[in-house]
Design a protein around this ligand. Structure first.
Ligand SMILES: O=C(O)[C@@H](CO)OP(=O)(O)O
Length: 246
């Protein structure tokens, strides 16, 4: 069994270096290209899919659409869930990462970005950015509507979705691609690679790079690899890591 995970291509706010979370920003020009490259690479490497999952955020859905377009797989069912959304970045959403590090200190920003269980400063429910104001989250209960999530809180919504929705489809033999986000994928990778709460802080996922996991029939990971130029991928991971630096 195999699955392909992909973080969306570069977004306009990745480019502007802003905390994004549930803000529904588009792909940048570079992001559209990265999605195309991902599609071409998957096609060249002989991958095919019969089921896809993505979030409610257009940077992930568009990345998926571009990949499926290039692979001529428009026909496959695409299941969207808010549970695959990016981690909600609370009151940090919209702030520039390096400016915030100058103001609040690099250490504080590192804690907000990469600690396991420290949530960002919460968004006030009266704030216009509160997801309860958006039509697309009308189905969520007040308890489910986030005002700011730590990685731990993100794991608490991503992992049940993985276990109850995605794994049973893989076990039925479906060939699946998941197009999601830096931190919702970190939640998943933490589980798949059995990474400790401490070590997960140094894991960064590059944009638009297909990440393949192979499993045995008991869902134990047998193999894991990124498609593409490994040196470039390493550089891109470091770039994500250093986003809060000047
Ligand atoms: O801003 C965000 O939502 C995420 C992903 O782009 O950023 P970070 O890598 O800082 O967690």
């Amino acid at each position: 069994m195999k699955i392909v995970l992909v973080r969306h291509g570069e977004s306009e706010w990745n480019l502007a270096n802003k905390f994004t979370g549930w803000t529904d920003v588009d792909l940048s020009e570079q992001g559209f290209k990265e999605a195309e490259e991902a599609g071409k690479l998957l096609k060249e490497e002989g991958f095919t899919f019969d089921l896809a999952y993505t979030s409610y955020l257009k940077r992930a859905t568009k990345t998926l659409n571009i990949i499926l377009d290039i692979m001529d797989l428009h026909w496959i069912p695409v299941i969207k869930s808010w549970k695959l959304n990016e981690r909600h970045y609370g009151a940090l959403q919209g702030l520039n990462k390096s400016e915030t590090a100058e103001k609040e200190g690099a250490e504080q920003v590192h804690i907000w970005r990469r600690s396991f269980d420290t949530p960002p400063p919460a968004l006030d429910k009266a704030d216009e950015r509160y997801p309860g104001n958006e039509e697309k989250y009308a189905e969520l209960t007040e308890e489910e509507l986030p005002t700011g999530e730590s990685l731990k809180m993100t794991i608490e919504r991503v992992m049940p979705y993985w276990e109850n929705e995605i794994v049973p489809q893989m076990e039925k033999g479906k060939k699946i691609i998941v197009s999601a986000h830096g931190n919702s994928l970190r939640a998943l990778v933490k589980h798949l690679d059995n990474i400790s709460d401490e070590d997960i802080s140094s894991l960064n996922i590059p944009t638009g790079r297909p990440l393949v996991y192979e499993f045995d029939e008991k869902m134990n990971v047998q193999n894991k690899y990124y498609l593409g130029d490994q040196e470039e991928i390493e550089k891109e991971m470091n770039k994500v890591k250093n986003q809060a630096k000047k």
